[in-house]
Design a protein around this ligand. Structure first.
Ligand code: ADP
Ligand code: MG
Length: 228
């Protein structure tokens, strides 16, 4: 079998905030690589640069040095429109707070990115229903976010993030707002989805139990990504 392709590579990535004497160096030559099918925990104290790293990996920010590659393609030199196109088709995001659209049902929230990508309503609805089933909330599709529990809202947010079948899922403390038991259920569903789809997931978390269930654990130390 050919080796699995790296979905995400960071090579010598630099990220500094501020100027002159007040410069804050968050990433200083960070290297990192992940392949399809991998679930990796990013575990580090607050303020060390987890969100920064996820934003760089998700092409939401530019590094001050080094290169970010998605699916083997260097992304720094691309036009903003090209970066946006890669972000839309290859990358899904989940945040600590769900950011679902309140006036739409769960199923409509999951349909939205697919409709933007040009799918028909019927196809988008079918895929959304399938994803809700994978996330084990098939019966909650017609409810609006406010009618769902925190754990259900996050499962809808995850389903929405993968609706367009990205290769990379970036999650920034996705269970940070949930109690441990609910966090564990949400992670179960996320894991099932990742295993079934073969995508790669990088998940920032403070939850050591969940981190222990992932394939690898990395942290940020001295501005570099290191294995735990
Ligand atoms: P984490 O997600 O691990 O808590 P962040 O990546 O959000 O860490 O932030 C790392 C550090 O960089 C923090 O000290 C934060 O205050 C700083 N920082 C993040 N974004 C900016 C920004 N846009 N401008 C200046 N400082 C920032
Ligand atoms: Mg953060």
């Amino acid at each position: 079998m050919p080796p699995r392709k790296p979905v995400l590579q960071l090579s010598g990535v630099e990220r500094h905030y501020g100027q002159g004497e007040t410069t804050l160096s968050i990433l200083k030559g960070a290297d990192f690589e992940m392949r399809s099918g991998e679930i990796i925990a990013l575990v580090a104290p607050s303020g060390t640069g987890k969100s920064t790293l996820l934003h760089l990996a998700g092409l939401l920010e530019h590094p001050d040095g080094g290169e970010v590659m998605i699916g083997g393609h260097a992304c720094n030199g691309l036009l903003d429109s090209e970066r946006t196109a890669i972000r839309r088709s290859e990358i899904g995001f989940v945040y600590q707070f769900h950011h679902l659209l309140p006036e739409f049902s769960a199923i409509e929230n999951i349909m939205m990115p697919q409709l933007i990508a040009g799918l028909t309503k019927a196809d988008a609805r079918e895929r959304a229903a399938q994803l809700l089933d994978y996330m084990r909330i098939g019966h909650r599709g017609e409810h609006r976010p406010a009618e769902l529990s925190g754990g259900e809202q996050q499962r809808v947010a995850i389903a929405r993030a993968v609706a367009n079948a990205p290769r990379l899922l970036l999650a920034d403390e996705p269970t940070g707002n949930l109690d441990p038991k609910t966090a564990s259920y949400v992670f179960d569903a996320l894991e099932a989805l990742v295993r079934q789809s073969g995508l790669a997931a990088l998940i920032a978390t403070h939850n050591h139990e969940l981190a222990g269930r992932m394939d690898r654990r990395v942290t940020i130390e001295g501005g570099k990504v290191v294995e735990l």
